[in-house]
Design a protein around this ligand. Structure first.
Ligand code: URP
Ligand code: ZN
Ligand code: ZN
Ligand code: ZN
Length: 455
């Protein structure tokens, strides 16, 4: 054997139990009590939790957006990922006008083959129909393992928006091919209307980012997506859910037996819209914005009750000087915040505090993501799966600071957040890539995940 992790508590989405984990050739080959095997490397995990690597289903690395490019390169973002226990990221490459899906994916793969420090897959953002060619091309792309697509119902002026007609066509085509459609749901016309009014009135602080797209603006679009999805009988995945009314519509549809999935993000579980009243409110500007306490409470309740399928970060950091462009005009703030290195530690801290179970964290941060998006070898600790493994010390205290993160950004919304418990080791397909605060992997170790279509 290459590796034997001894004496830890193995956590799956279903249960936790004391066991050793044996790894060979990058795969888990045995899990059991007191395994009698020889290994080149033995790691003592006594008193620690042994978890599957997390899968961050939502990142934007080196993405052109808001007049700049998001601050984490693929190298920095994936390096940060493994230092927070994330062993796979799903990035969102955005199609340029006229570009093909395979052209887009090819250009990103070229960078990631050199730079990726963790495994990766893509949700391709469709922004241009290319006179219908995109629908044709989706078949070939699905065959090549690109089995999920993204539609933004906003970002009209950025040229990224998809209208209802396009959304319906993409939903139907994806259903036919066994692919998934991820949707960013907010109402663009309401945002424009409210923004125009606030600018006219000179209301330009970060608070008006929230006020221009409050709860009902997201809820309208969430409900529209639920409506399309249920009536077309096409599965859908709503990204970064942040409001109660939209969430309730999703829960109702789920209870009626429709196939739809809900993702939320740690920032919506931690912060409310009050952050936009802070002096540094612009640093928290992301879309959809953080909402009121009622929405946050609803998200936690739904998470515990099993109505939230995944928690992912929407990692899209920008540097302070870029956020400062919007000091006097919130519409000039590039949208997005950091998170990829904080996802697992934040959620596991919630489990450590008894708010949710460790099994639930594994379920929403790893197992469900793998299932929904067809990563057959990922997402849980079981014989035959990739040996993406995190060792977690429940007793280690950690305070998040930009100084102890492994990204390229210069500030974080998570600054000063105290966590009880922290990952101490991350293995990517059996290879140690993170240990006690240090990145010990190498760029290029990460591999593209060819995913299988839904059946
Ligand atoms: O503010 C955000 N979320 N920026 C990234 C792009 C998106 O909408 O997901
Ligand atoms: Zn989005
Ligand atoms: Zn996003
Ligand atoms: Zn403590």
């Amino acid at each position: 054997m290459d590796l034997l992790i001894k004496g830890g508590t193995v956590v799956t989405a279903a249960e936790s139990f004391l066991a050793d984990v044996a790894v060979d050739g990058g795969k888990i080959v045995a899990i059991g009590k007191d395994l009698d095997v020889e290994a080149d490397k033995i790691v003592d995990a006594t008193g620690k939790l042994v978890l599957p690597g997390a899968i961050d289903a939502h990142t934007h690395m080196q993405m052109p957006f808001g007049g700049t490019v998001s601050a984490d390169s693929y190298l920095a973002g994936t390096r940060a990922a493994v230092c927070g226990g994330v062993t796979t990221v799903f990035d969102y490459p955005v199609q340029h006008k006229g570009e093909t899906i395979l052209g887009l994916v090819g250009s990103k793969k070229e960078i990631l083959e050199k730079d990726a420090c963790c495994d990766y897959a893509f949700h391709c953002c469709i922004t241009d129909f290319n006179e219908g060619q995109i629908l044709e091309e989706m078949a070939e792309a699905v065959e090549k393992g690109i089995t999920s697509y993204k539609c933004f119902l906003v970002y009209k002026k950025e040229g990224m928006m998809v209208d209802d007609g396009m959304l319906a066509k993409i939903l139907l085509r994806a259903k036919e091919l066994g692919a998934m459609v991820n949707v960013h749901a907010e109402n663009p016309d309401l945002i424009d209307l409210r923004t125009e009014q606030y600018l006219k009135e000179g209301k330009t602080s970060a608070w008006y980012h929230y006020m221009s797209r409050p709860e009902f603006v997201e809820a309208e679009a969430d409900k529209r997506v639920v409506h399309w999805s249920t009536h077309l009988d096409a599965p859908v995945y709503i990204v970064h859910m942040a409001d109660k009314e939209g969430l309730e519509a999703c829960i109702k549809a789920k209870e009626e037996g429709h196939e739809l999935y809900v993702e939320t993000c740690p920032q919506y579980l931690e912060f409310t819209c009050d952050v936009y009243k802070r002096e540094d409110g612009r640093n928290f500007v992301c879309s959809p914005p953080m909402k009121g306490q009622e929405s946050q409470d609803a998200l936690w309740k739904a998470l515990k009750a099993g109505f939230i399928d995944t928690v992912a970060t929407d990692h899209c950091p920008f540097q302070s000087y870029e956020k400062d462009w919007g000091k006097d005009d919130y519409t000039k703030i590039p949208n997005g915040c950091a998170g990829v290195e904080n996802l697992y530690p934040y959620m596991l801290d919630a489990a450590n505090a008894g708010k949710i179970s460790f099994e639930k964290v594994v379920e929403v941060c790893a197992t469900n993501v793998a299932k929904i998006f067809g990563c057959d070898n990922k997402g849980s600790l079981a014989v035959g799966k990739d040996a993406d493994i995190v060792i977690y010390d429940k007793d280690k205290d950690f305070t998040i600071s930009v100084d102890n993160m492994h990204s390229d950004y210069d500030h974080t919304i998570w600054e000063g957040k105290k966590l009880h418990g922290y990952p101490v080791k991350t293995f990517l397909r059996g290879q140690l890539v993170y240990e006690d605060g240090e990145f010990v992997g190498a760029p290029g170790m990460g591999e593209f995940i060819k995913r299988s279509p839904r059946t």
